[in-house]
Ligand binder design. Structure first.
Ligand code: ADP
Ligand code: MG
Length: 698
């Protein structure tokens, strides 16, 4: 392998230089850094410390306060290793000119060889006064040895960066490398943002900002630096989103739809109820999109039970009356089947063919559906991922509807769209998307909000019960069963093994059947059942042959049985907030009042707060905000599929102001096609290449 010298790098971007050739790194260390996805100098610039320790002034030992977390600097006077029962206790007396204290480490006997008398040490720990021994004891959180000869002012007298580490890395070593990179290499990067814009937008220079993030010199400088780097993270994403959106807007739509026509009207006429105001409004928004010459990309956001399915069917009727084929994709077979059942019922009287396509069909059945689709005759196809996976060729695909959109990734959405020639896209979601996410991840979509429930819907009452009061929950449910209503009992998935999980679910169902509700029929629904078995159970529950449905989270999305009024959720503390809200939405879907009983023993403060939030709050948006805050965007939408870039500094919730500003600036930049500075354009492609795909700037 040839060593890249600085000379060969002239003209190229310093950020692309492999970390391995940086002073103090080398091949072995480079491998360790690679474990943290740090491969180049540029990666290291963005290796932002996870926290900082202010060591500008360290108090003399005598002045450190007991009961607090403190920073202590001194020399090791003596050290000893003791063993009490099975615990190794390593104690060292640390001393400075003012006094001394005892530092304590547990179960690290090897420290005896490392922390030896005479060495200087910096310790971060919790200081306590031990009344029994009369000593001040420091329980160590983290520590490092200090060598006045080699340290180069990197450990004391400054705000010290604390980096996220992995095995084989140590803070002081990383700090040294960081100092080298920050002082030698960082000044060589160009700021893609021209000075004029920087001044106008009140942003600090890039190199200076990154320097401050690694080695902050003051609170103000750090804040300005953070603002700059967070701004960039949002700004380029916004540019990319705007470009994508602009491209979509000019896409030639193959088929322009007829918004007004007989089928939509007939569908509205066969509905057994009047559309809500929100439904009517959203349908007209969709109609306008479909009739226009631009491709529709619309997200309908509406809480569980707001009646999104009817809106989707209306859109499909528009597609069919325009001579198109249309698909509705759902995340699970149960849901797809339920939609198929409902859609077919609505559309049969309009004489629109309606097919079902899912993995569980036989080869022959699939083939029949495929053949029907390939004729190009107008039709509706309801299905699961199979719609993407099967080699189906749509001759005239005009509209794609994706239900419970958050369950699918951006990728799958695109796959499906590719099955047609730029068909209209309609996405439905019951997971309300907090503002910050809708400004980022969903920035490329138009939005419709369903902020109204069908009439007669009563709020679901939610209660939290300790496991000791489980009996009461079941007795309450019994009253409702006797009145002819239906109930759900939900258990969390046990993560041990599929086999154990199955066993646990089966046992629970048996217990409930024999010990709790012998007079009613109990059914079981779980993820490991065959699709046909699931369908059969759901069907019996819908008909009322089964009155109690014991289930794992397979019923979480969209399942619609209006007679179900009570949902009992066992071990509620193990569910996520949005998940609980979704589950709760399974009841109270008819005219009868719904009840949600959360049985659980919250383990910590957080899970208690989570359950409390659910009891007090009915607003799906507020719940989603809280959930996003607790779990972060990755988990919120299911890790990889969110499609969000990995922000190093920016925080979607804390930095909403910066986000809004970045969006505004990005819009300004793209107002006329050629206003984007070449350096910005270059940086945009550098950062957002994957995200942009084939999108072009001009
Ligand atoms: P979502 O998918 O938004 O959770 P659904 O479309 O499943 O909600 O609708 C919930 C229930 O409300 C269904 O039983 C549906 O038939 C019913 N529904 C929908 N719209 C209306 C309406 N305008 N009036 C009365 N009931 C409605
Ligand atoms: Mg739905």
């Amino acid at each position: 392998m040839t060593v890249v010298t600085t000379a060969t790098l002239v003209g190229s971007d310093i950020r692309d230089q492999p970390l391995q050739f940086v002073k103090g790194v080398g091949p072995r260390m480079a491998e360790v850094f690679a474990k943290l996805e740090l491969h180049t100098v540029g990666d290291f610039f963005n290796y932002i410390p996870r926290s900082y320790q202010d060591r500008r002034q360290i108090s003399p030992i005598v002045r450190l306060e007991s009961g607090e977390q403190v920073l202590c600097f001194g020399a090791v006077r003596s050290a000893s290793l003791e063993k009490a029962k099975k615990t190794h206790i390593f104690k060292a007396i640390i001393q400075d000119a003012s006094g001394s204290l005892v530092a304590i480490w547990f179960n690290q006997p090897y420290l005896k060889k490392v922390i030896t008398p005479g060495k200087q040490i910096i310790i971060n720990g919790k200081l306590q006064f031990n009344a029994y021994s009369g000593e001040r004891q420091l329980t160590v959180i983290d520590w490092e040895l200090y060598d006045p000869v080699t340290d180069q002012g990197l450990s004391l007298g400054i705000v010290v960066p604390i980096y996220g580490l992995t095995q084989g890395l140590y803070q002081n070593k990383v700090r040294k490398i960081a100092r080298g990179i920050v002082s030698d290499l960082l000044p060589r990067i160009e700021d893609p943002l021209p000075e004029g814009l920087r001044d106008a937008w009140n942003l600090a220079p890039l190199a200076e900002s990154l320097r401050q993030l690694h080695f902050p010199e003051s609170r103000e400088a750090y804040k300005a630096a953070r603002r700059r780097v967070a701004f960039d993270e949002f700004f380029y994403l916004q540019l990319a989103l705007l470009l994508k959106r602009r491209e979509q807007k000019v896409l030639p739509k193959a088929i322009r739809m007829q918004a007004e026509g007989p089928m939509l009207q007939q569908f509205i006429d066969v509905l057994p109820f009047k559309l809500t105001g929100a439904q009517a409004r959203v349908i007209s928004e969709i109609k306008a999109d479909m009739a226009s010459s631009e491709v529709m990309n619309r997200l309908v956001q509406g809480d569980v039970g707001s009646g999104k399915t009817e809106v989707a069917v209306a859109a499909m009727a528009v597609a069919v009356q325009s001579g198109c084929q249309t698909v509705l994709m759902a995340p699970t077979e149960i849901l797809a089947e339920q939609h198929h059942y409902k859609v077919r019922r609505y559309l049969n009287s309009l004489e629109i063919p309606c097919y079902f396509l899912a993995g569980k069909l036989t080869v022959k059945q699939k083939q029949a559906v495929r053949q029907a689709i390939e004729t190009g005759a107008p039709c509706v196809v309801v299905g699961t991922h199979a719609l993407i996976q099967e080699p189906v060729r749509f001759e005239r695909l005009g509209l794609v509807v994706v239900d419970e959109q958050h369950r699918f990734g951006v990728q799958q959405r695109n796959e499906l769209q590719k099955k047609g020639y730029y068909p209209d896209m309609l996405m439905l979601t019951a997971t309300p998307i907090p503002r910050s996410l809708s400004l980022t991840l969903y920035g490329d979509l138009d939005k419709s909000i369903m902020d109204e429930y069908p009439p007669g819907r009563q709020p679901i009452e939610t209660y939290r019960l300790t496991p000791g009061r489980k009996r009461e929950a079941y007795e309450f449910a019994r009253l409702h069963l006797r009145a002819g209503e239906r109930i759900y009992v939900v258990f969390p998935l046990v993560e041990t093994s599929p086999k154990l999980e199955l066993q646990a679910a089966t046992q629970s169902a048996q217990h409930i059947q024999t010990q709790i509700f012998p007079e009613f029929k109990v059914g079981l629904l779980h993820g490991r059942m065959k699709p046909d078995e699931k369908t059969a159970v759901m069907e019996s529950f819908r008909r009322g042959d089964i009155q109690v449905l014991v289930a794992t989270t397979v019923i979480e999305v969209g399942v619609d049985v209006p007679e179900a009024t009570v949902i009992i959720i066992e071990h509620a503390e193990r569910f996520g907030l949005s998940q609980l809200h979704q589950l709760r939405g399974r009841v109270g879907r008819g005219t009868q009042k719904g009840y949600c009983l959360l049985i659980g023993e919250p383990k910590g403060d957080e899970s208690r707060r989570r359950l409390q939030a659910l009891v007090q709050c009915r607003d799906g948006f507020k719940i989603a905000e809280a959930d996003l805050q607790i779990r972060g965007p990755g988990d919120f939408f299911g890790v990889r599929q969110s499609g969000l870039p990995d922000f190093k500094v920016a925080d979607l919730i804390r930095d909403e102001k910066i986000l809004i500003e970045a969006k505004k600036r990005a819009q300004e930049c793209l107002q006329t096609p050629r206003t984007l500075a070449p350096t910005l354009e270059h940086e945009l492609y550098r950062r957002m290449k994957e995200f942009l795909g084939g999108t072009r700037l001009n």
